[in-house]
Design a protein around this ligand. Structure first.
Ligand SMILES: Nc1ncnc2c1ncn2[C@@H]1O[C@H](COP(=O)(O)OP(=O)(O)OP(=O)(O)O)[C@@H](O)[C@H]1O
Length: 269
């Protein structure tokens, strides 16, 4: 791991440094007639301190990309770099090259810099909601700041559910516990795979607003996979994938613009 200034790239909003950089990512499953290419030489920068949505047809590689970027999975070829500000307040940016790290090393990087909201929650059944939320820090990750922990719990409406185990919670409440777990330690990058997929519209709006707060007030970077154009319209930009490639990146799109582009991306497959 180095402490360096990453090469910045230019965008419509000026020069921004990336928080996550993917270079020529390739991943293949199966062989012969059964071969699938979830990632085809995919390169993209995700700007720091921005909220990016990732959309695309089913099977276009969205979840695979998220897992590879977060170090939960590896690509067959290509590079993933994370750029995270040190937590010591110095402002120094640390470049973390995920490529080539062992699983154990990737786990340590995730604990320090990454929050992940899984489609299937991934809560520990024997632990209470509070123990699940604090699990990354009890495993050696950064301890949450008390006021931010309280803010997240309050905004997600979890205060009276903290001592319940997952089986005593509704699907939506479990999803909100998973969101809280990813947010409370203020990681540099939050990856979210369909974070509102199992929530009613009010709880979904609260999750999106919390992700916006993480970006707007705390300078974190959010990368969210979604099928919902209204959720994606809350993001600063939307990346549209098609067949393992980036088809288009749209800045501040409306839901209607995204809906029409997605119809086009189905055609591009
Ligand atoms: N472990 C695996 N083994 C074999 N094929 C896989 C595996 N994981 C994903 N795939 C295939 O890779 C392709 C991309 O899958 P991925 O889950 O990334 O797509 P997605 O865009 O997230 O889809 P969805 O919107 O349906 O969640 C799909 O064709 C999928 O069947």
């Amino acid at each position: 791991m180095n402490t360096t200034e990453p090469t910045s790239s230019s965008s419509g909003q000026g020069t921004v440094r990336p928080a996550v950089r993917a270079t020529q990512l390739t991943k293949t499953y199966g062989t012969g007639e059964a071969i699938v290419h979830p990632l085809r030489r995919l390169s993209i920068d995700f700007p720091a301190g921005a909220f990016t949505a990732v959309m695309g047809p089913s099977g276009s590689g969205k979840s695979t990309l998220l897992h590879v970027l977060a170090g939960l999975d590896t690509a067959d070829d290509g590079r993933v770099q994370l750029f995270a500000q040190d937590r010591d307040g110095s402002g120094a940016v640390r470049e973390v090259e995920l490529t080539g790290l062992s699983e154990k090393e990737r786990t340590l990087v995730r604990r320090e810099h990454v929050g992940f909201i899984f489609q299937a929650y991934n809560l520990v059944p024997a632990m209470t909601a509070k123990e699940n939320i604090l699990l990354p820090s009890s495993l050696g990750g950064p301890a949450p700041e008390k006021h931010y922990y309280d803010l997240v719990i309050d905004r997600l409406g979890l205060a009276d559910r903290l001592h319940h185990r997952p089986f005593e919670l509704s699907g939506g409440q479990q999803q909100r516990v998973a969101v809280a777990r990813a947010l409370v330690s203020k990681p540099a990058v939050i990856f979210a795979d369909e974070p509102t997929g199992n929530l009613d519209s009010r709880a979904g709006a609260e999750v999106l607003s919390l992700l916006r707060t993480a970006v707007d007030e705390f300078g974190q970077t959010v990368i969210m996979v979604t099928h919902d154009v209204n959720s994606a319209a809350q993001a600063d930009r939307t990346v549209i994938l098609s067949d393992g490639r980036v088809l288009e990146t749209v800045t501040a799109p409306t839901a209607a613009q995204l809906a029409s582009k997605l119809v086009g991306s189905e055609g591009a497959r």
